[in-house]
Design a protein around this ligand. Structure first.
Ligand SMILES: Nc1ncnc2c1ncn2[C@@H]1O[C@H](COP(=O)(O)OP(=O)(O)O)[C@@H](O)[C@H]1O
Ligand SMILES: [Mg+2]
Length: 319
Protein backbone atom coordinates (compact mmCIF):
# COMPACT_ATOMS: atom_id res chain seq x y z
CA UNK A 1 0.00 0.00 0.00
CA UNK A 2 1.43 3.45 -0.91
CA UNK A 3 2.56 5.69 1.92
CA UNK A 4 3.43 9.38 2.01
CA UNK A 5 5.72 11.08 4.45
CA UNK A 6 4.30 14.25 6.03
CA UNK A 7 6.97 16.58 7.25
CA UNK A 8 5.46 18.97 9.79
CA UNK A 9 7.67 20.94 12.15
CA UNK A 10 10.62 18.81 11.11
CA UNK A 11 8.83 15.78 12.44
CA UNK A 12 8.35 13.06 9.83
CA UNK A 13 5.15 11.04 10.12
CA UNK A 14 4.21 8.29 7.71
CA UNK A 15 0.49 8.03 6.88
CA UNK A 16 -1.22 5.27 4.98
CA UNK A 17 -2.92 6.29 1.70
CA UNK A 18 -5.80 4.56 -0.13
CA UNK A 19 -4.48 1.89 -2.57
CA UNK A 20 -5.36 3.97 -5.68
CA UNK A 21 -3.78 7.21 -4.44
CA UNK A 22 -1.28 8.87 -6.77
CA UNK A 23 2.26 8.94 -5.48
CA UNK A 24 5.16 11.21 -6.34
CA UNK A 25 6.52 8.48 -8.63
CA UNK A 26 3.46 8.76 -10.87
CA UNK A 27 4.31 12.36 -11.69
CA UNK A 28 8.03 12.05 -12.12
CA UNK A 29 9.42 12.81 -15.59
CA UNK A 30 11.08 9.91 -17.39
CA UNK A 31 14.81 9.93 -16.67
CA UNK A 32 16.74 12.26 -18.99
CA UNK A 33 19.08 10.56 -21.42
CA UNK A 34 22.69 11.33 -20.84
CA UNK A 35 24.58 13.00 -23.66
CA UNK A 36 26.42 9.87 -24.74
CA UNK A 37 23.19 7.87 -24.71
CA UNK A 38 21.74 9.96 -27.52
CA UNK A 39 23.98 8.34 -30.07
CA UNK A 40 22.90 4.71 -30.38
CA UNK A 41 25.70 2.32 -29.43
CA UNK A 42 26.21 -0.02 -32.38
CA UNK A 43 25.62 -3.70 -31.80
CA UNK A 44 28.88 -5.35 -32.77
CA UNK A 45 28.50 -8.79 -31.28
CA UNK A 46 26.33 -11.53 -29.96
CA UNK A 47 25.72 -12.30 -26.31
CA UNK A 48 25.86 -16.08 -25.86
CA UNK A 49 24.63 -17.79 -22.71
CA UNK A 50 26.66 -20.97 -22.16
CA UNK A 51 24.60 -24.06 -21.42
CA UNK A 52 25.35 -27.13 -19.28
CA UNK A 53 26.21 -29.10 -22.45
CA UNK A 54 29.17 -26.73 -22.91
CA UNK A 55 30.76 -27.98 -19.67
CA UNK A 56 34.54 -28.25 -20.07
CA UNK A 57 34.46 -31.86 -18.85
CA UNK A 58 32.53 -32.82 -21.99
CA UNK A 59 35.42 -31.77 -24.21
CA UNK A 60 37.82 -34.47 -25.33
CA UNK A 61 41.20 -32.80 -25.22
CA UNK A 62 44.86 -33.73 -25.03
CA UNK A 63 45.93 -33.84 -21.39
CA UNK A 64 48.24 -30.83 -21.62
CA UNK A 65 45.48 -28.69 -23.18
CA UNK A 66 43.13 -29.54 -20.36
CA UNK A 67 45.85 -28.78 -17.79
CA UNK A 68 46.56 -25.41 -19.44
CA UNK A 69 42.89 -24.43 -19.50
CA UNK A 70 42.39 -25.41 -15.87
CA UNK A 71 45.55 -23.53 -14.86
CA UNK A 72 44.17 -20.40 -16.57
CA UNK A 73 40.88 -20.76 -14.75
CA UNK A 74 42.60 -21.37 -11.45
CA UNK A 75 44.66 -18.21 -11.84
CA UNK A 76 41.40 -16.27 -12.03
CA UNK A 77 39.79 -18.10 -9.13
CA UNK A 78 42.69 -17.71 -6.69
CA UNK A 79 43.40 -14.09 -7.58
CA UNK A 80 42.64 -12.84 -4.06
CA UNK A 81 45.22 -15.20 -2.53
CA UNK A 82 47.74 -14.40 -5.25
CA UNK A 83 47.40 -10.75 -4.25
CA UNK A 84 47.78 -11.55 -0.59
CA UNK A 85 50.88 -13.69 -0.94
CA UNK A 86 52.57 -12.27 -4.03
CA UNK A 87 51.22 -8.72 -4.09
CA UNK A 88 50.31 -9.41 -7.70
CA UNK A 89 48.41 -6.13 -8.03
CA UNK A 90 51.72 -4.29 -7.91
CA UNK A 91 52.70 -5.80 -11.25
CA UNK A 92 49.28 -6.57 -12.71
CA UNK A 93 46.79 -4.04 -11.32
CA UNK A 94 43.59 -5.27 -12.95
CA UNK A 95 42.15 -8.05 -10.88
CA UNK A 96 40.04 -9.98 -13.34
CA UNK A 97 42.35 -9.47 -16.26
CA UNK A 98 43.28 -12.46 -18.35
CA UNK A 99 43.78 -12.77 -22.09
CA UNK A 100 43.84 -16.29 -23.47
CA UNK A 101 44.71 -17.36 -27.00
CA UNK A 102 43.38 -20.71 -28.24
CA UNK A 103 45.10 -21.66 -31.45
CA UNK A 104 45.22 -24.71 -33.67
CA UNK A 105 43.43 -26.39 -36.58
CA UNK A 106 39.73 -25.85 -37.19
CA UNK A 107 37.29 -28.19 -35.47
CA UNK A 108 39.51 -28.99 -32.48
CA UNK A 109 37.17 -27.48 -29.88
CA UNK A 110 38.47 -23.92 -29.45
CA UNK A 111 35.08 -22.24 -29.66
CA UNK A 112 33.55 -24.90 -27.43
CA UNK A 113 36.31 -24.42 -24.85
CA UNK A 114 35.58 -20.68 -24.76
CA UNK A 115 31.93 -21.45 -24.01
CA UNK A 116 33.07 -23.93 -21.35
CA UNK A 117 35.23 -21.31 -19.66
CA UNK A 118 32.39 -18.78 -19.65
CA UNK A 119 30.15 -21.45 -18.12
CA UNK A 120 32.70 -22.12 -15.36
CA UNK A 121 33.00 -18.39 -14.68
CA UNK A 122 29.18 -18.11 -14.71
CA UNK A 123 29.36 -15.34 -17.26
CA UNK A 124 27.90 -14.89 -20.71
CA UNK A 125 30.20 -14.79 -23.72
CA UNK A 126 30.19 -11.67 -25.88
CA UNK A 127 31.18 -12.87 -29.35
CA UNK A 128 32.51 -10.05 -31.47
CA UNK A 129 31.19 -9.93 -35.01
CA UNK A 130 33.99 -8.62 -37.24
CA UNK A 131 31.67 -7.75 -40.09
CA UNK A 132 29.93 -5.32 -37.73
CA UNK A 133 33.20 -3.99 -36.26
CA UNK A 134 35.02 -3.26 -39.50
CA UNK A 135 33.68 -0.19 -41.22
CA UNK A 136 34.76 1.60 -44.33
CA UNK A 137 33.99 4.93 -42.69
CA UNK A 138 36.92 6.68 -41.12
CA UNK A 139 36.90 6.38 -37.34
CA UNK A 140 33.96 4.02 -37.16
CA UNK A 141 36.03 0.86 -36.72
CA UNK A 142 37.71 2.30 -33.62
CA UNK A 143 34.28 3.33 -32.32
CA UNK A 144 33.03 -0.22 -32.86
CA UNK A 145 36.04 -1.75 -31.09
CA UNK A 146 35.23 0.45 -28.08
CA UNK A 147 31.58 -0.59 -28.32
CA UNK A 148 32.56 -4.28 -28.13
CA UNK A 149 34.50 -3.72 -24.90
CA UNK A 150 31.71 -1.54 -23.52
CA UNK A 151 29.14 -4.26 -24.25
CA UNK A 152 31.29 -6.91 -22.54
CA UNK A 153 31.65 -4.61 -19.51
CA UNK A 154 27.94 -3.87 -19.42
CA UNK A 155 27.01 -7.57 -19.46
CA UNK A 156 29.95 -8.63 -17.28
CA UNK A 157 30.76 -11.04 -20.10
CA UNK A 158 33.84 -12.87 -21.27
CA UNK A 159 34.92 -11.00 -24.39
CA UNK A 160 35.34 -13.40 -27.27
CA UNK A 161 37.21 -12.73 -30.50
CA UNK A 162 36.57 -15.97 -32.38
CA UNK A 163 38.67 -16.77 -35.46
CA UNK A 164 40.70 -13.65 -34.82
CA UNK A 165 43.51 -14.35 -37.29
CA UNK A 166 43.04 -11.01 -39.00
CA UNK A 167 42.99 -9.27 -35.64
CA UNK A 168 46.21 -10.88 -34.42
CA UNK A 169 48.01 -10.34 -37.67
CA UNK A 170 50.50 -7.51 -38.12
CA UNK A 171 48.59 -6.46 -41.17
CA UNK A 172 45.31 -5.67 -39.44
CA UNK A 173 42.83 -6.44 -42.19
CA UNK A 174 40.20 -3.74 -42.31
CA UNK A 175 37.92 -2.28 -44.91
CA UNK A 176 39.81 0.99 -44.61
CA UNK A 177 42.72 1.35 -47.01
CA UNK A 178 44.39 4.28 -45.23
CA UNK A 179 47.27 3.14 -43.05
CA UNK A 180 46.68 5.91 -40.48
CA UNK A 181 43.26 4.55 -39.70
CA UNK A 182 44.63 1.00 -39.54
CA UNK A 183 47.10 2.19 -36.94
CA UNK A 184 44.36 4.05 -35.10
CA UNK A 185 42.30 0.88 -34.95
CA UNK A 186 45.24 -1.12 -33.74
CA UNK A 187 46.08 1.42 -31.04
CA UNK A 188 42.46 1.58 -30.01
CA UNK A 189 42.36 -2.22 -29.63
CA UNK A 190 45.55 -2.20 -27.52
CA UNK A 191 44.24 0.59 -25.29
CA UNK A 192 40.93 -1.14 -24.78
CA UNK A 193 42.68 -4.44 -23.98
CA UNK A 194 44.84 -2.63 -21.42
CA UNK A 195 41.81 -1.02 -19.81
CA UNK A 196 39.57 -4.06 -19.84
CA UNK A 197 39.43 -5.69 -16.44
CA UNK A 198 38.02 -9.03 -17.47
CA UNK A 199 38.58 -12.23 -19.37
CA UNK A 200 39.28 -12.03 -23.10
CA UNK A 201 39.53 -15.12 -25.27
CA UNK A 202 40.86 -15.02 -28.81
CA UNK A 203 40.90 -18.06 -31.08
CA UNK A 204 42.97 -18.42 -34.21
CA UNK A 205 43.57 -21.13 -36.77
CA UNK A 206 46.94 -20.12 -38.11
CA UNK A 207 48.49 -17.83 -35.52
CA UNK A 208 51.17 -16.69 -37.92
CA UNK A 209 52.44 -13.26 -38.65
CA UNK A 210 51.07 -12.04 -35.33
CA UNK A 211 51.36 -8.54 -34.01
CA UNK A 212 54.02 -8.48 -31.24
CA UNK A 213 52.18 -5.71 -29.37
CA UNK A 214 49.15 -7.91 -29.06
CA UNK A 215 51.21 -10.99 -28.39
CA UNK A 216 52.85 -9.57 -25.28
CA UNK A 217 49.43 -8.79 -23.81
CA UNK A 218 48.32 -12.42 -23.98
CA UNK A 219 48.88 -14.32 -20.73
CA UNK A 220 48.43 -17.81 -22.03
CA UNK A 221 48.65 -19.47 -25.42
CA UNK A 222 46.93 -22.83 -25.58
CA UNK A 223 47.54 -25.05 -28.57
CA UNK A 224 44.65 -27.28 -29.62
CA UNK A 225 45.67 -30.36 -31.59
CA UNK A 226 44.03 -32.93 -33.82
CA UNK A 227 42.78 -35.84 -31.64
CA UNK A 228 44.70 -39.11 -31.34
CA UNK A 229 43.10 -42.54 -31.92
CA UNK A 230 41.70 -43.02 -28.42
CA UNK A 231 40.29 -39.48 -28.46
CA UNK A 232 38.67 -40.10 -31.85
CA UNK A 233 37.05 -43.19 -30.41
CA UNK A 234 35.59 -41.09 -27.59
CA UNK A 235 34.53 -38.41 -30.07
CA UNK A 236 32.52 -40.98 -32.06
CA UNK A 237 30.85 -42.21 -28.89
CA UNK A 238 30.08 -38.61 -27.83
CA UNK A 239 28.54 -37.67 -31.15
CA UNK A 240 26.38 -40.79 -31.49
CA UNK A 241 24.40 -40.20 -28.33
CA UNK A 242 22.02 -43.15 -28.61
CA UNK A 243 24.28 -46.25 -28.53
CA UNK A 244 21.25 -48.57 -28.67
CA UNK A 245 20.72 -47.53 -32.29
CA UNK A 246 24.37 -47.81 -33.35
CA UNK A 247 26.07 -50.94 -34.54
CA UNK A 248 29.71 -50.05 -35.03
CA UNK A 249 33.24 -50.90 -34.02
CA UNK A 250 34.55 -47.69 -32.52
CA UNK A 251 38.16 -48.85 -32.59
CA UNK A 252 37.94 -49.38 -36.36
CA UNK A 253 36.26 -45.99 -36.82
CA UNK A 254 39.06 -44.38 -34.82
CA UNK A 255 41.65 -45.98 -37.12
CA UNK A 256 39.84 -44.92 -40.28
CA UNK A 257 39.50 -41.32 -39.15
CA UNK A 258 43.18 -40.58 -38.66
CA UNK A 259 43.85 -36.87 -39.12
CA UNK A 260 40.22 -35.80 -38.72
CA UNK A 261 39.13 -33.29 -36.09
CA UNK A 262 36.32 -33.35 -33.54
CA UNK A 263 34.38 -31.02 -35.83
CA UNK A 264 34.82 -33.49 -38.73
CA UNK A 265 33.65 -36.35 -36.52
CA UNK A 266 30.60 -34.31 -35.48
CA UNK A 267 29.69 -33.83 -39.15
CA UNK A 268 30.31 -37.52 -39.97
CA UNK A 269 28.07 -38.64 -37.11
CA UNK A 270 25.27 -36.19 -37.96
CA UNK A 271 25.34 -37.28 -41.62
CA UNK A 272 25.36 -40.97 -40.62
CA UNK A 273 22.36 -40.33 -38.35
CA UNK A 274 20.50 -38.78 -41.31
CA UNK A 275 21.49 -41.70 -43.52
CA UNK A 276 20.20 -44.11 -40.90
CA UNK A 277 16.88 -42.32 -40.43
CA UNK A 278 15.28 -42.62 -43.87
CA UNK A 279 12.79 -45.40 -43.09
CA UNK A 280 9.18 -44.24 -42.76
CA UNK A 281 9.05 -46.01 -39.42
CA UNK A 282 11.39 -44.35 -36.85
CA UNK A 283 11.39 -47.63 -34.93
CA UNK A 284 13.62 -49.02 -37.68
CA UNK A 285 16.11 -46.16 -37.64
CA UNK A 286 19.69 -47.12 -36.88
CA UNK A 287 23.28 -46.29 -37.76
CA UNK A 288 25.54 -49.03 -39.11
CA UNK A 289 29.31 -49.32 -39.43
CA UNK A 290 28.98 -49.03 -43.25
CA UNK A 291 27.06 -45.74 -42.95
CA UNK A 292 29.71 -44.18 -40.75
CA UNK A 293 32.55 -45.48 -42.90
CA UNK A 294 30.90 -43.98 -46.00
CA UNK A 295 30.74 -40.60 -44.25
CA UNK A 296 34.37 -40.87 -43.12
CA UNK A 297 35.35 -41.48 -46.75
CA UNK A 298 33.45 -38.40 -47.89
CA UNK A 299 35.00 -36.26 -45.15
CA UNK A 300 38.51 -37.43 -46.02
CA UNK A 301 37.91 -36.79 -49.72
CA UNK A 302 36.62 -33.28 -49.06
CA UNK A 303 39.63 -32.59 -46.83
CA UNK A 304 42.10 -33.93 -49.38
CA UNK A 305 40.58 -31.79 -52.12
CA UNK A 306 41.00 -28.75 -49.95
CA UNK A 307 44.50 -27.30 -50.07
CA UNK A 308 46.69 -28.38 -47.18
CA UNK A 309 43.83 -28.76 -44.72
CA UNK A 310 43.72 -24.99 -44.19
CA UNK A 311 40.00 -24.82 -44.60
CA UNK A 312 37.73 -23.16 -42.06
CA UNK A 313 34.99 -25.33 -40.62
CA UNK A 314 32.49 -22.58 -40.25
CA UNK A 315 32.78 -23.30 -36.56
CA UNK A 316 29.12 -22.81 -35.67
CA UNK A 317 27.97 -26.37 -36.39
CA UNK A 318 26.57 -28.00 -33.32
CA UNK A 319 27.60 -25.28 -30.88
N1 LIG B 1 37.87 -31.60 -28.43
C1 LIG B 1 36.57 -31.78 -28.67
N2 LIG B 1 35.80 -32.47 -27.81
C2 LIG B 1 34.50 -32.66 -28.06
N3 LIG B 1 33.88 -32.22 -29.16
C3 LIG B 1 34.59 -31.53 -30.06
C4 LIG B 1 35.98 -31.28 -29.86
N4 LIG B 1 36.45 -30.59 -30.90
C5 LIG B 1 35.39 -30.38 -31.72
N5 LIG B 1 34.29 -30.96 -31.23
C6 LIG B 1 32.96 -30.95 -31.86
O1 LIG B 1 33.05 -30.13 -33.02
C7 LIG B 1 32.24 -28.97 -32.90
C8 LIG B 1 32.98 -27.78 -33.47
O2 LIG B 1 34.10 -27.48 -32.66
P1 LIG B 1 34.61 -26.00 -32.45
O3 LIG B 1 34.71 -25.73 -30.99
O4 LIG B 1 33.76 -25.06 -33.25
O5 LIG B 1 36.05 -26.07 -33.09
P2 LIG B 1 37.02 -24.87 -33.44
O6 LIG B 1 36.50 -23.65 -32.75
O7 LIG B 1 38.36 -25.32 -32.94
O8 LIG B 1 37.00 -24.73 -34.94
C9 LIG B 1 31.94 -28.86 -31.42
O9 LIG B 1 30.70 -28.22 -31.19
C10 LIG B 1 31.92 -30.31 -30.97
O10 LIG B 1 30.69 -30.92 -31.26
MG1 LIG C 1 35.81 -21.94 -33.72
Amino acid sequence: MPTRTLNRNAEATEIELPPDAATADDHRNPPRRRRNEQEPVPDVGLLLQPEPRHELDKLILHAEVKTDILAGLRALEIRADLDLIWNLSAIQPQEGKCILNFYGPPGTGKTRAALGIALRLRKPLYQVDYSAVISKYLGDTAKHIKAAFAAAREHDAVLFFDEADSLLSKRVATGESCSTSINQNRNCLMQELDRFDGVVIVTTNLFENYDPALLRRIQRHIKFRIPDASMRRELFALHLPNPDRVEADYAVLAELSLGLSGGDILNICVNAIYAGSTDANPERWGVSQAMIEAEIKKARKAKAEHSGGRERTGGRLGL
